[in-house]
Ligand binder design. Structure first.
Ligand SMILES: NC(=O)c1ccc[n+]([C@@H]2O[C@H](COP(=O)([O-])OP(=O)(O)OC[C@H]3O[C@@H](n4cnc5c(N)ncnc54)[C@H](OP(=O)(O)O)[C@@H]3O)[C@@H](O)[C@H]2O)c1
Length: 345
């Protein structure tokens, strides 16, 4: 495979303001500065991106306006997840960790030089070597959705525990079902009827159709049997945390990653976090999970894929020129698994 060692400029999708929607603002630039133009950080791994999977954060952060600019300075390139080929390695990276030419995958933290550029600078924590037999396209989907689901589930359950996943058919949900099954849990998920077969095929033991059933009531009727709730939706049903008083075990835990951005959604999430029981708040242990990059988690997920314990569900693959279309598709919020953008050649 040909390897570029010292690019001076690169192609990248960039935005400066996304107030009209990222899909309308993002532009393809032919002469963007590569993320390492000054000097590759000692702990940096420069990767030529072959595939980038999209996540809701890719449009949510740019569309936050001023707050988004506090998180990420503009002009910026969106994208967190990548799979590609190592082209340069920082001096502090151990000799046996990565080699130029290695195929790798992972996730970068939100920043100015995202994975919808030709090159990305990853850190050791957010990068792992592609296991044999796993495709770059599939591996590009692990970074955010895979690590998030892993970090919500693995530290909180053991074999035989019951888990409820609110939202089983999207990026985090499709990983979550399979991770919980890999640990040996009994898994209940909510999804719409059209996605029930997909969730079952990934191992879900029970399905609650959120479009026709009252999810909180169905779970309450089971009594206190669940060890863990993973809320990938946040905004629906709004009463899920309070209802969990009736279906979580006394030592059970409620973890949340998803939340809408409307005023009602934000106040509902804040009350889950802060409202004391005597004022009507839920009594279960609550945690808002923020995805972290962990080399070992990426390796574990890659190995589970190699062993066939986890498969990646890809709804659609977009060409590099189709990024605005891919963002539009992402924003509809009805993905089956992940969407992927092929890197520029
Ligand atoms: N805190 C963190 O660090 C972190 C990390 C990753 C993701 N997140 C957040 O977590 C959320 C999920 O992320 P994702 O990547 O999984 O998103 P995604 O792939 O866009 O999720 C879309 C899926 O959600 C399903 N869904 C929508 N409303 C639902 C409901 N009321 N009940 C059940 N399923 C529902 C949709 O099914 P239908 O087509 O049937 O509607 C679709 O399959 C997002 O808000 C994202 O921003 C946060």
């Amino acid at each position: 495979m040909s390897v570029t060692t010292n690019p001076k400029a690169m192609r990248a999708w960039t935005y400066t303001s996304a107030s009209q929607g990222l899909e309308k603002s993002v532009k393809l630039v032919e002469d963007a500065s590569p993320p390492f133009l000054q000097e590759l950080p000692a702990d940096g791994i420069l990767v030529k991106v072959r595939y980038s999977a999209l996540n809701p954060a890719d449009h949510k952060i740019p569309e936050l306006g001023l707050l988004g600019r506090v998180i990420v300075s503009v002009p910026a390139t969106p994208g967190l997840d990548f799979a590609g080929v190592v082209v340069r390695i920082g001096d502090a990276i151990p000799d046996d960790a990565f080699l130029v030419g290695d195929q790798v995958f992972g996730r970068i933290a939100p920043g100015q030089h995202g994975t919808l550029g030709e090159y990305v600078c990853a850190r050791m924590d957010g990068c792992a070597v592609l296991p044999k037999g796993v495709s770059l396209e599939d591996a590009s989907c692990i970074g955010t959705a895979g690590q998030t689901a892993y970090q919500c589930i693995v530290p909180n359950v053991k074999e035989g525990d019951k888990v409820f996943i609110n939202g089983g058919s999207g990026g985090t949900g499709t990983f979550g079902i399979q991770i919980a099954k890999a640990v040996g849990c009994f898994v209940t998920v909510s999804c719409s009827a059209k996605n029930a077969d997909l969730c079952r095929s990934l191992g879900a033991d029970e399905i609650v159709d959120y479009t026709t059933e009252d999810v909180s009531q169905v779970l309450k009727s089971k009594g206190p049997v669940y060890k863990l709730v993973v809320d990938n939706v946040g905004s629906s049903p709004r009463d899920l945390f309070k209802a969990a008083d009736h279906f979580l075990l006394p030592d059970g835990k409620f973890v949340q990653i998803g939340a809408g951005l409307s005023f009602g959604d934000i106040t509902a999430t804040a009350s889950r976090m802060m409202l004391p029981t005597y004022l009507g708040g839920g009594k279960s242990q609550y945690q808002w999970v923020v995805t972290e990059n962990h080399h070992e988690h990426l390796e574990k997920l890659g190995n589970w894929m190699k062993e066939g314990k986890i498969k990646v569900i890809i709804d659609e693959v977009f060409e590099y020129a189709e990024v605005p279309k891919a963002v539009e598709f992402l924003k509809k919020g009805h993905l089956k698994g992940k969407i992927v953008v092929r890197g520029c050649t």
